[in-house]
Write a protein that binds this ligand. Sequence first.
Ligand code: ADP
Ligand code: MG
Length: 250
Amino acid sequence: MWHLTRVICIAGGKGGIGKTTLVSNLGAALVDLGCNVLAVDSNLTTPNLGIHLGIPLYPKTLHDVLKGKASIAEAIYRHPSGMRVIPAGLSLDDLKGTDPRDLPTALLDVLGIVDIMLLDASAGLGREALAALEAADELLVLTTPDLPSVTDALKTAKLAQQVGTKPIGIVVNRILGRPHEMTRQEICGMLDQPIISEIPEDWNISASIAARTPIVHYRPNSPASRAIKRLAARIAGVEVKESWWRRLFL
Ligand code: ADP
Ligand code: MG
């Protein structure tokens, strides 16, 4: 179907690698670049995008939409950053009667109303993650620079290819710069895609999650924020606005 919304899935297979952190921050950074963004918590069994963003318990969630109890418009929350968010229900009861296979159809109704939709995929490659890959047009494959994570990212990329989701590139997160880490060449070689963003290990990220504020707003000039803002500019296709002195000294 033709629509003007780019639907981008952030996935990687492995849990705890920074998918939700990337969705909330990339979303906030894209809004700052003038994009109209909708972030969807498509991690139905262990959702936490709303928690990262400090969204209070919201009356209608993605689970209500999937159960046919709410329209998708009712489940769209406007975050103070300007990003729109569809949170998922947090209780175990929310899971009863929801089928992730309904996700792609549920999202059809919002196509065309935003520029970019970011899907926060669940870990693993089960039905839930597959639904997010199927609902998306493009995939940002996320990994950390270690073999277990890259192996899972490879499976994610292959599954995305099977369902016709176009790869945008690799995002490597939590880079420490230590000798034991996989090199750029090793990661690109295994995944057969270019690395389009390298996000350093940055303690400000945990602080920003505790503060329930995206790091790009909480510590806009921290190393991770700067990397995420550059990625946002690349995705939006705009020039990076970084002063020369910052590039040199920070
Ligand atoms: P996922 O959604 O893949 O399970 P999260 O986004 O919830 O992962 O992140 C898991 C944890 O990793 C968070 O507690 C966060 O503090 C930490 N984290 C993510 N990215 C970074 C980073 N670049 N530097 C430091 N900590 C990070
Ligand atoms: Mg997550």
